[in-house]
Design a protein around this ligand. Structure first.
Ligand SMILES: [Zn+2]
Ligand SMILES: [Zn+2]
Length: 291
């Protein structure tokens, strides 16, 4: 939990922020914002964030994740007429360090039009069920269902040969529905296979909800920190200095030695030793000891 400043009322205290979501992400985000900042998260009605792209590919995602986040945050802020807004995006793929393991990369954007600032926080987690499998019949699916955490986590089924109108089944949470969907998609697919994918939409995926809620706490703590120079919210790590010395030979490795704290508004910055207390690098990362 982050440190609170005693005796100082935070500028966001009692404010409202917009969150454009169709997928119940407020359940993961609201508690930390309420507890840490006393900010209330409001959801605009009648919005369609799927216009900005879907995981299943019916609508292609355009632009960088940050551009999509900005558009999403604006949709919510404009609908509700709020100065503050939030948006969340996730992307899934192989884990950078272990390609056989899947990762969930979550991003959260805070927009503050009162001060003209934005803050991005991110979290990469391997606690995800992300995966897919092509099958011709239901019988080939058993080991996948366990890894996919079915039925507590939903599945999506479509023909493997490509998208066919009316044949993308989302949010499948029971065996009967799943069997039906596989039969219909496999027989419609030119190769006779159905593609079974994990449904990564937040309200269908408790593992993803958990990562979003951890990220929301990180963001709320970041926003709770005020710049020591100008008191703007969102004081936090903005950069890293590399060069952690090797514990064998003292050579400067490419590991992080200092964290640079900065403000979202003014230019004030300072570098501090790593927050995890690590002061020496393992020789495994040293170009001299382990070239
Ligand atoms: Zn060394
Ligand atoms: Zn500042």
């Amino acid at each position: 939990m982050c440190k609170k400043r005693h005796g100082v009322i935070h500028p966001y205290f009692g404010c409202k922020a917009a969150l454009a979501t169709m997928h119940g992400k407020n359940l993961a985000i609201s508690p930390s914002f309420h507890k840490i900042l006393q900010v209330s998260i409001q959801i605009p009605e009648e919005i369609n964030t799927d216009d900005l792209g879907t995981f299943t590919g019916e609508i292609e995602r355009k632009g960088t994740p940050l551009e999509t986040l900005r558009k999403k945050a604006r949709i919510g802020m404009e609908h509700l007429g709020f100065k503050y807004g939030l948006a969340s995006e996730g992307s899934f793929g192989p884990y950078v360090y272990l390609p056989f393991v899947a990762q969930d990369h979550e991003m959260l954007l805070w927009v503050d039009d009162e001060r003209g600032i934005e803050i991005v926080e991110q979290k990469i987690s391997t606690e995800t069920n992300y995966g897919s499998k092509t099958v011709s019949t239901w019988n080939d699916l058993e080991d996948f269902l366990e890894k996919a955490l079915f039925p507590s986590h939903a599945l999506i089924v479509r023909p493997n040969s490509g998208l066919i109108a009316g044949l993308t089944f989302k949010g499948i949470k029971n065996t009967n529905e799943l069997q039906q969907a596989i039969m219909r998609c496999a027989s419609a697919s030119t190769d006779g296979l159905a593609l079974v994918q994990t449904d990564m939409r937040a309200h269908m995926n408790p593992a993803r909800m958990k990562v979003i809620s951890e990220l929301a706490e990180k963001m709320a703590c970041r926003l709770a920190s005020l710049c020591p120079a100008c008191s703007c919210p969102g004081w936090g790590i903005v950069d890293y200095v590399l060069g952690l010395p090797c514990e064998e030979c003292g050579f400067k490795t490419k590991q992080i030695v200092q964290e640079v704290y900065g403000c979202a508004d003014c230019d004030y910055k300072y570098a501090a030793p790593r927050g995890d207390g690590v002061t020496k690098s393992s020789p495994a990362y040293c170009d001299v000891c382990n070239p």
